[in-house]
Design a protein around this ligand. Structure first.
Ligand SMILES: Cc1cc2nc3c(=O)[nH]c(=O)nc-3n(C[C@H](O)[C@H](O)[C@H](O)COP(=O)(O)OP(=O)(O)OC[C@H]3O[C@@H](n4cnc5c(N)ncnc54)[C@H](O)[C@@H]3O)c2cc1C
Ligand code: SF4
Length: 323
């Protein structure tokens, strides 16, 4: 770890002066479960680390007209919250699927959305790939078993967060605080593909932070589920996952929101699957068509075509469980 200055921010208003306008001069510390690895591996070498954990307004879960979750709320608090389990099962299930109890106790929801990719070339100090400012994507012709089947190029990372597909499927937004004040950004617009932003994964600027996540009240008749496939059942990142939120009108699907995890550089909205579902009775035939549509535009790499069938099966199972 390269030495750095450590600063405690005690209120939001401290941040514009503490955080630099340039990446890697300063960095935000929440639970530290990802950031400390990045620092120890010297993947980032900031001059200053700004601890935000003393900022009181970043904590807590409020359920009024919308669900509001402070960015420093831990993953464990979300997984265990009775109201979230009842009203937003997809979010509680996604949170529960993350890592281990210890990591869920330390890791925050803001940090989970902003965590950096797990591509082993990105995490390996010896590889200076495109995402780290180098000239080559090592995964493109290398070991790409875990990389993207959608939305890849020129980097083929997959977004590692489990909460992100669930929150995107629920139509959530993030509130972002920066030098210009507070802004609300729908998650549909928050994450960015490598083709638009090669070095980062979202629209946040270096001196901005997520302060809270806002999730709309579910419409009557809404059902939701999160299914995740991982190699190690004890704890692992998603090889593929699906967040499915259906608003039902009797047997018919009024509105469908299907977002895939572990298969694209951003939580990936399966628009073709949504179209197959909306307006139709949720029967075996429709489910089969929607599952096939979810992967119809997949572009596998040399070693990850297995993710297509896997994802198709996950979508089918998720929809069967919601039927
Ligand atoms: C062994 C292991 C297994 C894991 N398994 C999973 C898994 O199965 N599923 C999954 O989803 N995740 C998994 N994770 C990732 C883990 O969930 C994240 O590391 C954690 O959620 C990050 O939260 P944190 O508060 O510790 O963030 P930190 O480590 O403090 O920060 C992470 C990043 O987010 C930035 N950041 C933090 N908070 C904010 C904010 N409010 N606004 C803007 N930027 C911010 C930091 O600057 C940093 O870049 C795993 C991690 C480990 C180490
Ligand atoms: S997929 Fe992205 S992070 Fe991985 S080697 Fe290629 S450029 Fe680097």
């Amino acid at each position: 770890m390269v030495p750095f200055e450590y600063v405690n921010a005690s209120k939001l208003e401290d941040l514009p002066t503490l955080l630099s306008r340039k990446w890697n001069e300063s960095v935000v510390l929440a639970g530290g479960t990802d950031l400390l690895d990045m620092l120890k591996e010297r993947l980032i070498q900031p001059k200053r680390v700004v601890n935000i954990k003393n900022i009181k307004e970043l904590y807590g879960i409020q359920n009024g007209q919308n669900l509001k979750i402070g960015a420093l709320t831990t993953i464990a608090e979300i997984a265990q919250n009775e109201m979230i389990r009842k009203k937003y099962p997809v979010l509680a299930q996604a949170a529960f699927s993350i890592a281990t109890p210890q990591l869920r106790n330390m890791g925050t929801i803001g940090g989970n959305l902003c965590q950096r990719p797990r591509c082993w070339y990105f995490r390996g100090r010896e590889y200076v790939c495109l995402k780290k400012g180098g000239s080559k994507c090592y995964a493109a012709e290398g070991l790409n078993k875990y990389n993207a089947i959608f939305g890849g190029g020129p980097s083929f990372i997959v977004h590692p967060s489990d909460s992100a597909p669930a929150l995107r499927a629920l139509g959530a937004s993030v509130e972002v605080f920066g030098p210009d004040g507070t802004e609300t950004i729908p998650l549909d617009e928050f994450f960015e593909l490598p083709i638009d932003n090669l070095r980062r994964e979202n629209v946040l600027r270096p001196n901005e932070i997520i302060t809270k996540i806002v999730v709309p009240e579910p419409e009557p008749g809404t059902r939701s589920i999160y299914l995740k496939f991982r190699e190690k059942q004890s704890m692992d990142f998603a090889i593929s996952s699906v967040a499915a939120v259906l608003q039902m009108d009797g047997q018919r699907v009024k509105k469908a929101s299907i977002v895939l995890g572990g298969v694209a550089p951003i939580p990936w909205r399966a628009e073709a699957a949504q179209s197959e579902l909306e307006g139709n009775v949720l029967n075996e035939g429709v489910i089969k068509k929607a599952a096939a549509a979810a992967v119809s535009d997949a572009q596998p790499m040399k070693y990850n075509a297995y993710k297509i069938q896997l994802t198709k099966n996950l979508v089918r199972r998720a929809l069967e469980q919601l039927a």
